[in-house]
Design a protein around this ligand. Structure first.
Ligand SMILES: Cc1ncc(C[n+]2csc(CCOP(=O)(O)OP(=O)(O)O)c2C)c(N)n1
Ligand SMILES: [Mg+2]
Length: 273
């Protein structure tokens, strides 16, 4: 049963994450705000409604793991880890500055809560696979969540990992695809089409479902439901909008790594309420 208070809390966190991430990108004049905004509702749902973790003990045994395979969307990841309590808010103001712990791509050696370094696309799934296999062998009940971009699925490493996950019946592994239908500069279907994506995963031995990736209630329902006993890994294809939340950014490939000027920043914060 869905708890309305949880949905409301996650919505508020996601709004704060969008505003704070956009401020980081504005101040740094660097970043990937389009992909931050398509992913934020998914990541907020995981951290504030689904995952088991303790920010005071980032290496806690038995914690659920989140792997941010689309490592360019650090505005989304860094604001989530901050809101979850891994580090204070003033760290966010150092985003991409020399010697900052908050690099353009996440680094587990600098930042608590980052499970593995990402940035080169196609690396998150194989690492998540390894963690899930370790969990299966040791009999742990932790879950591993990995978020990829949809363009990122053009990397073959994802499909090798998917094949092995299906073979090993890794019910503790959940892949979420941020299906915003845009990559860098173009649409995924114009570049190297992915549809029908759900059928591809089913053919690899996965359960596959589609959800509205901005509907917190729908995301909670599919991500928080028990996995153990299902005998299959889960692929959640989250249909999203790149740049979601700011009218002039939505569905525009140019906002993949576009940065706002002062006027655009002002308008965006007026809309993000
Ligand atoms: C191996 C590799 N090739 C190219 C890039 C450059 N790059 C960064 S993001 C991106 C597009 C990714 O598109 P998608 O996976 O759909 O991400 P999203 O739309 O969620 O931002 C590219 C080509 C990279 N980081 N790694
Ligand atoms: Mg995309």
């Amino acid at each position: 049963m869905l708890n309305n208070d949880t949905v409301q809390t996650i919505r508020e966190k996601a709004l704060w994450m969008r505003r704070r991430a956009f401020t980081m990108v504005y101040e740094a004049q660097l970043g990937h705000p389009g992909g931050d905004f398509s992913a934020i509702d998914i990541i907020a749902t995981l951290y504030f409604g689904v995952m088991r973790y303790d920010p005071k003990k980032p290496e806690l045994e038995g914690r659920d793991r989140f792997i941010m395979s689309k490592g360019h969307a650090t505005g989304a990841l860094y604001t989530a880890l901050c809101a979850a309590g891994y580090y204070p808010e003033d760290w966010l103001s150092t985003y991409m500055q020399p010697h900052s712990k908050l690099n353009g791509h996440p680094n587990r050696n600098y930042l608590p809560g980052v499970e593995t370094n990402t940035g080169p696309l196609g690396h998150g799934m194989p690492v998540a696979l390894g963690i899930a296999i370790a969990g299966q062998i040791s009999g742990s009940d932790h879950r591993t969540f990995v978020l990829t971009g949809d363009g990122e699925l053009q990397e073959g490493s994802n499909w090798e990992a998917a094949m092995t996950a299906g073979h090993r019946k890794l019910e503790n592994l959940t892949l979420i695809v941020d299906r915003n239908r845009l990559q860098q500069g173009m649409g995924t279907e114009e570049t190297n089409g992915l549809d029908p994506l759900d059928e591809k995963f089913r053919a690899f031995g996965w359960e596959a479902v589609m959800v509205d990736g901005h509907d917190i209630g729908a995301l909670l329902e599919v991500l928080a439901s028990p996995r153990f006993g299902k005998g299959r890994p889960l692929c959640v294809i989250a249909n999203t909008i790149k740049g979601r939340g700011v009218s002039f950014m939505e569905n525009k490939a140019s906002w993949h790594h576009g940065v706002p000027n002062a006027e655009q920043y002002r308008i965006a914060l007026e809309e993000l309420v």
